[in-house]
Write a protein that binds this ligand. Structure first.
Ligand SMILES: [Zn+2]
Length: 73
């Protein structure tokens, strides 16, 4: 049974410890939500794979951080 506080990391059960699951939860909540596009500023960016992001709105594929679409200018 998944605990409420564990969110998407509930699938790990009692393994791996709570500290690391909290970090995973933070990352996974970013991955699930659509992120803001650095070009058109619309929330339509999805992660394709680690570091590769795609914006549905302006049709741009770009490289950024593995777990967030921020890019340093
Ligand atoms: Zn865009």
């Amino acid at each position: 049974m998944a605990l409420k506080t564990l969110g998407s990391t509930g699938r790990f059960g009692a393994r791996y410890g709570f500290g690391i699951k909290k970090r995973v939860l933070k990352i996974e909540s970013i991955l699930k939500k659509k992120q803001k596009c650095p070009f058109c500023f619309k929330k339509s960016v999805k992660r394709i794979s680690a570091g590769i992001w795609y914006c549905k709105s302006c049709n741009s594929k770009f490289a950024a951080k593995a777990y967030s679409p921020e890019i340093k200018v």
